[in-house]
Ligand binder design. Structure first.
Ligand SMILES: C[S@@+](CC[C@H](N)C(=O)[O-])C[C@H]1O[C@@H](n2cnc3c(N)ncnc32)[C@H](O)[C@@H]1O
Length: 387
């Protein structure tokens, strides 16, 4: 596991110090955790944000970052989550970005993740001035250089000049252009403008909440862009329209393990929220003209569900160049060759040997070899290795 967790642990005292200074002009208090009174105060803001951004969605697109209490709650609770998510996804990219632009940056978790992932020039852009000011204070606290710009695609404040190796949209696309279907085309148009600002080999990375609706909307934006000739670097191995959209009840999201910082854990507990694993939906897109990578040889699939246990068998949903399929292996058919199947995690890319078509996909047999070719969160090896 790369050092994301250690990097995040270094950020926590900076987040707390900057928050304390902004709140009461002094940095006094334990450096890496909140006092009980601070916890209660911030947890109230976390609850408001959680309800407004995930359950009721009343705050999506509203100016919550301009409210100091909610901005503080975002900084201490959601910032570490977005940072960890971004580090995971950036770790999958085939090359290290140098120039990066983070749009809808808020107080900058994704921008700082890009810096920590090796970017040397990062611009954070948002319409919220207080959020960008906080990002600037964090940069000073960390001794990092971060440029900030005002940006609002709804009021035509244009995309900052230049071309980039990486353009990120962290949990912002779902807040743009309203909530109806017409918003999807506008979101795709915006992403297309951003793709035109990439240097060759660059990537647009979009992170969204792992909710059913926001994930499905992201998949529909993906399909619009695929129709316009763009290709997906990650996570999709399937080149056509996303098969998870075929059934209303399906969606696709990622889940990663992480070490939740203690202050975040205490806030989750005080706000009575459950946040153990890191869940998100994401998409990494390549600029126009870049072809899909040739599929690796053999039957290669990404695991896209949690383990689905059935009577005497293990099941997963998986998605690969042939589409979305069910995979099942009966306990009684477990052998040394296929034992890895019982330990798979959402996001792993596997190669499987001999299978039989069964139900919605394939049944594995005692002689079906199962090999993890890229564990969740790791990009596929370059070039894809042969079987
Ligand atoms: C959920 S926060 C995400 C912050 C950060 N990118 C992250 O991943 O944690 C959404 C951000 O989008 C910004 N935003 C929402 N609507 C916007 C708009 N029309 N123009 C610019 N920024 C916008 C908000 O100000 C806020 O900072």
């Amino acid at each position: 596991m790369p050092n994301y967790d250690k990097d995040l642990a270094r950020w926590m005292p900076r987040l707390i110090a900057v928050w304390r200074k902004a709140r009461r002009g002094t940095a006094g208090g334990p450096p890496d955790r909140l006092t009980p009174q601070e916890l209660r105060e911030v947890a109230a803001g976390v609850r408001t944000l959680s309800l407004g951004l995930t359950r009721e969605r009343r705050l999506a697109g509203a100016r919550y970052m301009d409210d100091p209490k909610l901005l503080g709650a975002y900084l201490l609770f959601y910032w570490p989550v977005s940072y960890a998510q971004a580090r995971q996804v950036l770790g999958e990219l085939p090359r290290r970005p140098r120039q990066a632009l983070d749009l809808g940056a808020g107080p900058g978790p994704v921008a700082f993740a890009a810096l920590d992932a090796g970017a040397v020039e990062v611009t954070a852009a948002d319409r919220s001035r207080p959020a960008l000011e906080l990002a600037t204070k964090l940069a000073a606290e960390a001794g990092e250089a971060l440029a900030t710009r005002s940006w609002d695609p709804l009021s035509k404040a244009s995309i900052p000049d230049g071309t980039f190796d990486l353009i990120t949209l962290g949990h912002v696309l779902n807040e743009l252009y309203g909530m109806d279907d017409a918003a999807l085309k506008k979101r795709a148009d915006l992403v297309e403008q951003l793709l035109a600002r990439l240097k060759p080999g660059g990537t647009v990375v979009i992170l969204e909440p792992a909710l059913r609706d926001t994930s499905r909307q992201l998949l529909r934006v993906r399909d619009l862009l695929v129709d316009r000739g763009y290709t997906v670097r990650a996570p999709c191995l399937f080149r056509g329209h996303c098969p998870a959209l075929a059934r209303e009840s399906d969606w696709c999201h990622a889940e990663r393990e992480w070490t939740m910082p203690r202050a975040v854990e205490e806030l989750a507990r005080t706000a009575q929220l459950h946040k153990e694993s890191l869940k998100m939906s994401y998409l990494a897109l390549a600029p126009k003209g870049e072809a899909w990578r040739a599929p690796p040889e053999g039957r290669v699939l990404r695991i896209v569900s949690e383990p689905l246990e059935g009577k005497g068998r293990q099941r997963f949903m998986a998605c690969g160049p042939e589409g979305r399929v069910g995979l099942a292996l009966q306990e009684k058919h477990r052998t040394a060759k296929n034992a890895a199947f019982f330990h798979l995690r959402r996001g792993d890319v596997i190669r499987i040997g001999a299978t039989e078509e069964k139900g919605d996909g394939f049944a594995l047999r005692p002689d079906s070899e199962v090999k993890v070719i890229a564990p969740a969160g790791k990009g596929l090896p370059e070039p894809w290795e042969s079987p």
